[in-house]
Design a protein around this ligand. Structure first.
Ligand code: HEC
Length: 128
């Protein structure tokens, strides 16, 4: 009697452990999938942007509308840093991340079409 009831307890413990392991594996899979899709999404936007030819005049206009408040009308810096030679310091994909991800407040994240992002990059490349 004692033996059989203690083995029933052991069985229950084993079941609980199994359920925990299954739940953990499931959560891990969800996490990996989420990371994969975020990463893939980012890369897709960046790859698409880097394939496009930017227009300097559109980029200049976009900069005047969206960026001068913080980076200054001549991009010499105000609240945000001077952006001259920024294309030497950062790669194009780093700049895309800077503009679209909002990782460094107070700089906001911009929801911007790949073509407009390419235009902005072209403009930034002219700041030496
Ligand atoms: C609300 C203010 C603000 C606006 C608007 C803004 N920025 Fe910024 N930006 C900043 C600040 C502040 C930093 C510095 C962030 C840090 O490094 O912590 C920065 C950093 C950057 C950098 C990185 C500079 C470096 O040397 O690392 C780039 C590139 C940049 N901004 C581009 C842009 C562009 C392009 C726009 C317009 C689409 C824009 N920013 C709009 C505030 C702003």
């Amino acid at each position: 009697m004692t033996t059989s009831s203690s083995s029933a307890v052991q069985n229950n413990n084993l079941k609980e452990k199994l359920i925990k392991v299954v739940v953990l594996i499931f959560l891990l899979l969800v996490l990996v999938a989420a990371l994969f899709f975020t990463h893939y999404g980012n890369n897709k936007y960046t790859r698409q942007t880097l394939k496009l030819n930017g227009s300097l005049s559109t980029g200049d206009g976009l900069f005047k509308m969206n960026c001068v408040g913080c980076h200054g009308i001549t991009a010499r810096g105000l609240v945000g840093p001077d952006l001259h030679a920024v294309t030497d310091r950062l790669s194009d994909s780093q700049i895309i991340t800077q503009v679209t991800k909002g990782l460094t407040p107070p700089m906001p994240s911009f929801e911007i079409e790949p073509q407009n992002m390419a235009d902005l990059l072209t403009y930034l490349h002219t700041l030496n």
